[in-house]
Design a protein around this ligand. Structure first.
Ligand code: KMH
Ligand code: ZN
Length: 270
């Protein structure tokens, strides 16, 4: 396949702690360095969460600004802010960093019960508020789909023209409380969104099979510590770059080129 593979890297997320994963980047220097290494390894999109001085998840604009600047000073890449934050983050905080006008931002298409991490609430009114803030700031959304009900919500919003015209789609397979990472689910969603750029992530042990399917089917891959902390069973990944490098190798073996940042920009229209 000739279509270049976009690799998206979620470098830190909101849920992990150092106790759960010893190499977790937490400070602005650590998060930005991990992002730059991931870009050097082949990622073109960085999905960004930030942490406060205590290592807790935060949607503070000043920290997003600091981390973004530190990344931009060292490399060119597409930066996608999280508008999810952590489960329970108030809506005003979730949309606050959009004022910085990142290239992209996430827009989750429904509620999901993440078990011990809490209920990540996205009722219709929340989705609409975030979609409006994304549009008002000229940001490109990635519609996040974690279960099949969210497909219905996405199409309802699209039909009502509540989503900016230019968007891409992110599928998360194998989240606790979400859709299983079965091949038929990947095929189903790939077909549903075959007119759009779709990026698939297999959570934790689902990472490799989901990524291989996405590469083969003409989709794109999200790979990083937010979604999977293991390189192989029982062995932590040392870094985001280590995980990204493996996807680059697999894609090369499958004779699919990896997109550079300029190619990803033109494919995503950001
Ligand atoms: N941390 C999850 C509750 C996003 O970044 O938009 C939400 C999340 C999705 O990570
Ligand atoms: Zn996230």
């Amino acid at each position: 396949m000739d279509k270049p593979l976009i690799i998206e890297c979620p470098v830190v997320g909101a849920e992990l702690t150092r106790e759960m994963y010893p190499y977790l980047p937490l400070t602005p220097d650590e998060i930005s360095s991990s992002a730059v290494e991931a870009v050097e390894a082949g990622a073109s999109v960085i999905h960004l969460h930030v942490r406060d001085e205590n290592g807790n998840p935060s949607q503070r604009l000043d920290i997003f600004e600091e981390v973004t600047e530190k990344i931009r000073n060292r490399c060119d890449c597409i930066i996608q802010y999280s508008t999810g934050g952590a489960a329970g983050t108030p809506i005003e905080e979730r949309i606050a960093p959009l004022k910085l006008k990142p290239d992209m931002a996430t827009l989750t298409m429904g509620t999901i019960d993440l078990g011990e991490y809490g209920v990540f609430e996205n009722e219709d009114s929340t989705i609409e508020t975030i979609a409006n803030a994304i549009e008002a700031n000229g940001v490109v959304p990635e519609l996040e789909i974690f279960d099949c009900g969210m497909v219905d919500t996405a199409f309802r919003f699209l039909k009502r023209k509540k989503i900016p015209e230019n968007f891409n789609v992110g599928f998360g397979f194998g989240l606790k409380g979400g859709m299983p990472a079965d091949a038929q689910n990947i095929f189903l969603l790939a077909q549903k969104f075959n007119n759009h750029i779709w990026v698939a992530s297999g959570i934790s042990k689902n990472h490799l099979p989901v990524s291989a399917h996405a590469i083969a089917l003409g989709g794109h891959v999200r790979v990083g510590i937010e979604d999977n902390i293991y390189f192989r069973k029982g062995e932590y990944a040392k870094s985001n770059a280590q995980l990204v490098s493996r996807i680059v190798r697999i894609s090369n073996e499958l004779e699919r080129p990896v997109a550079n940042v300029d190619e990803a920009r033109s494919m995503l229209k950001v």
